[in-house]
Design a protein around this ligand. Structure first.
Ligand SMILES: [Zn+2]
Length: 442
């Protein structure tokens, strides 16, 4: 199989409009069509692995190893993508899988069809070479990661739990090769933790009435004051172990103005790093007001003004701490605080070990493919399907072998999402090396 043919398979996978919808409004046909295509495109995988379809749209492949005493590894990606309308500011159509100027364009190219295609291609290649793993390999591809993974990853976990499967590790998205804003060059970030997720609903009540005779105090005014105070009184910064390790491991790459950074006190470090929104997300439980609702008419005072505020707790903080922090600010203003959706609260992940063969194998594979690139542990500020898979794994490692450059994590979900052809072929190589290192065999 030529490199060109491999890249064309990725491009074709991007063409399927596997867009995540709200529960009940999923269009399943593209997922089913993609399953058929994968069967044709990766025949060795489909001949040698057990394939299970979970909740109609998700896929679980098992390649059994010869040594049952070794805990399996899982490589996971997701099939769904966030929406992209035709005619948006895309240089190339989001669902045409265009390859031009050394890049493959389209929604999901990085998030996370590079993983779907790359993992399958790596397995296809090693199976064609006659590889027989000692350790079992699971490939898990959920179909609703972008909306919480409750039907995909969570159901795959339920299935594996019934079989008493305990994984040595899961390799998921959440770390990339990119330039952190305070560094001089790219580093490969292996996520060894991810932040939690929580949305609170703030409700201010007032007199409904005509806007011509408002009281001095209105519901909208109180709500605005509350949001302003929440921004002013941020949840205190917390330097988690992975972020501290990241700072230590990148000392030699800090921008010239930050040469003394590593020696500074935590308070001074915080003041510097929080100026970058990514830096703030690394060291703090973030506060993000996202939705507002008041009256539906310009001349009517609402009886209720509502704000949704999304929080992402760092390891060490939890949802109870956040609720207490918000209540202390909101209650004196007469504002109620409630969970928006109790089914969608995730505490921060545990911090995974760097002292495992799995972690070392990831680092070695990166170093072999990109000699000289600094590899560092880190934290992922968003959530992945590993919030589910982590329940049946000793450790979770988050790394996608793609260069995001100075744009960093803002590439994900952006218009004009694309991946370089070179990165894709390197990704196939990375997954191949990782599997060979971890699974031994012949
Ligand atoms: Zn993703």
């Amino acid at each position: 199989m030529t490199d060109r043919e491999k890249v064309e398979k990725l491009a074709h996978i991007i063409e399927f409009r596997t867009v995540s919808g709200k529960p009940g409004s999923f269009e399943m046909a593209p997922f089913v069509q993609l399953q058929d295509y994968l069967r044709k495109a990766f025949p060795a995988v489909h001949k040698n692995c057990k394939r299970e379809i979970v909740s109609e749209g998700s896929l679980l492949y098992t390649l059994p190893g010869s040594d049952p005493s070794l805990k399996p590894i899982m490589l996971t990606a997701h099939l769904d993508v966030v929406p992209a309308e035709d005619g948006e500011q895309w240089p190339h159509h989001p669902f045409k899988g265009t390859i031009v100027n050394g890049r493959g364009w389209g929604r999901g190219s990085v998030d996370y069809k590079i993983g779907v295609a790359g993992m399958l291609q790596a397995c296809e290649d090693i199976l064609n070479e006659g590889f027989l793993p000692a350790r079992s390999i699971l490939l898990a591809f959920g179909h609703d990661e972008e909306t919480g993974g409750m039907n995909g990853a969570a159901e795959i976990v339920r299935l594996l739990r019934k079989r008493d499967t305990q994984l040595s590790s899961v390799l998921d998205e959440g770390g990339y090769i990119y330039t952190l804003p305070w560094l001089r060059e790219d580093v490969a970030v292996i996520g060894i933790a991810e932040k939690g997720y929580l949305t609170l609903r703030l409700i201010a009540r007032g007199e409904q009435g005509h806007a011509s005779v408002p009281g001095i105090r209105t519901a909208v005014g109180a709500l605005g004051e509350c949001l302003s105070l929440l921004e002013k009184h941020q949840i205190p910064a917390r330097l988690s172990e992975p972020v501290d390790r990241m700072f230590q491991a990148t000392k030699h790459l800090f921008n010239d103005s930050l040469t003394e950074f590593a020696a500074l006190s935590l308070a001074d470090k915080t003041r510097i790093i929080e100026k970058w929104s990514l830096g703030n997300a690394f060291i703090r439980t973030t506060t993000a007001p996202t939705m507002l609702q008041g009256s539906s008419r310009e001349n009517v005072l609402p009886a209720e003004a509502i704000a949704l505020v999304n929080f992402r707790p760092v390891p060490g903080d939890n949802s109870n701490d956040i609720v207490e922090h918000v209540k202390a600010i909101a209650f004196p203003l007469g504002i109620e605080v409630d969970f928006e959706d109790t089914g969608h609260i995730f505490e921060p992940s545990s911090e995974d070990s760097m002292e495992t063969d799995d972690y070392r194998s990831i680092c070695e594979a990166v170093e072999e493919i990109w000699p000289g690139l600094t590899v560092v542990p880190g934290i992922f500020p968003a959530a992945t399907d590993s919030r589910h898979y982590g329940r049946i794994a000793d450790n979770v490692y988050r790394f996608v072998p793609a260069h995001l450059g100075e744009s960093g994590l803002s590439v994900l979900h952006s218009e004009g999402e694309s991946v370089s052809v070179e990165d894709y072929l390197d990704a196939v190589e990375f997954y191949t090396l990782y599997i060979r290192k971890m699974c031994g065999g012949k």
